[in-house]
Design a protein around this ligand. Structure first.
Ligand code: SAM
Length: 340
């Protein structure tokens, strides 16, 4: 197994002894600790997320939830006929929401964990130290996943939960995923989807307009300000996709992905197959309403106020829900890229 230098992309042996080492071709210095091999191009690279409150705010509740999450991915991967043995790479493991399940329950012989954030990786290593000895060999890395720094044909599986939308040039992540996957290998990422998100913004626009006409609605000035911002969110996210990506470095959640954009990107890179796998949805109006409510919750606004506007969500559900393709009807879907 070889590392590809993130700076000049020449290959380094993974068997790196000393605490500090450098690329033989371009001289870039890297380091390792007992927790991880650090392939970041500078020590400043980190997440903007609040690590201390991450688990509480993101439903990371412990091993049972992690195993359930891994089993969900495993089922999707089995449906695609993926080889669930060999070497797996998890991109942007964070505090281990998916990693703990992947390590406890999968049959991979080697599992590589990675993140850009040393503090997240230390937290995850601490959790792992409190668990029984894993069956797999676990190696942890720090790197900026806009480029995946390994030799070609290194992995059977690349997996990431809620990660690609954090990477300014996620297309390069996918390009390097193609390079480092073995033939027949699969990359799978659970990500937010624009095709539904846009209806959250439409609902917000209609609610805002309604409140300009009525006096007896339940929203106060602050709520209305948030609703106005929500009505513009889908447009903002689309602009991020078209923008000069370097401008996005100060934003943690950079994108919401149109399924068709991902399909085209997959074809351009040369993946043999692309799938957008959507959890089963029976009521599109509740998908849109739930997404709307999630933003209210984040802004600490009473979500029961939304019920007043149920007719808007129901109308969207009736008109669009009936007409849309099933694989577009979720707020969070799973993009799978298969290499021939
Ligand atoms: C929403 S969290 C997801 C964490 C974990 N996968 C989970 O399911 O909870 C996003 C993760 O992306 C990491 N991240 C952000 N930018 C990154 C980058 N450029 N390269 C690698 N990881 C990055 C963050 O440190 C964080 O761990």
């Amino acid at each position: 197994m070889k590392i590809s230098c993130p700076k000049c992309q020449s290959l380094l042996q993974l068997d790196i002894g000393p605490e500090k080492f450098h690329c033989g071709s371009c001289g870039t210095k890297y380091s390792r600790t007992s927790d991880y091999i650090d392939l970041r191009l500078n020590d400043e690279m980190d997440t903007l997320l609040d690590i201390d409150s991450y688990d509480e705010n993101h439903g990371v509740t412990g091993d049972a939830a992690s195993c359930q999450l891994w089993r969900f991915y495993e089922k999707l991967l089995q449906r695609l006929g993926t080889n669930l043995q060999g070497r797996a790479l998890e991109i942007a493991s964070g505090s281990g929401h998916l990693s703990l399940g992947l390590i406890a329950e999968s049959n991979f012989q080697e599992i590589f964990l990675s993140d850009i954030s040393p503090r997240f990786m230390q937290l995850l290593r601490r959790k792992l130290n409190q668990r029984p000895e894993p069956k797999a060999e676990i190696i942890s890395f720090l790197f900026d996943a806009n480029y995946i720094p390994f030799d070609e044909s290194s992995f059977d599986l690349i997996i990431g939960n809620s990660v690609l939308h954090h990477f300014a040039t996620f297309e390069s992540t996918l390009k390097s995923a193609y390079r480092v996957l073995k033939p027949g290998g699969v990359a799978i990422f659970g990500e937010p989807v624009m095709d539904t998100y846009v209806f959250m913004s439409l609902a917000a626009k209609l609610i805002h307009e309604t409140c300009q006409l009525l006096t007896n609605h339940p929203l106060n000035q602050y709520d209305l300000m948030i609703v106005k911002a929500m009505s513009e969110l889908a447009g903002v996210q689309m602009n991020n996709l078209r923008s000069s990506r370097l401008d996005l470095n100060h934003i943690e959640d950079k994108f919401v992905f149109p399924v068709n954009y991902m399909r085209t990107t997959s074809e351009e890179i040369g993946f043999h197959q692309f799938h957008c796998i959507t959890p089963e949805v029976n009521n599109f109006s509740s998908v849109v309403k739930t997404q709307f409510a999630r933003i209210f919750e984040q802004q600490k606004i009473d979500t029961t106020k939304i019920d007043y506007f149920n007719y808007i969500f129901d109308s969207i559900g009736d008109v669009y829900g009936g007409a849309m393709k099933e694989d577009l009807k979720a707020a969070f879907s799973f993009f799978a890229f298969i290499k021939k």
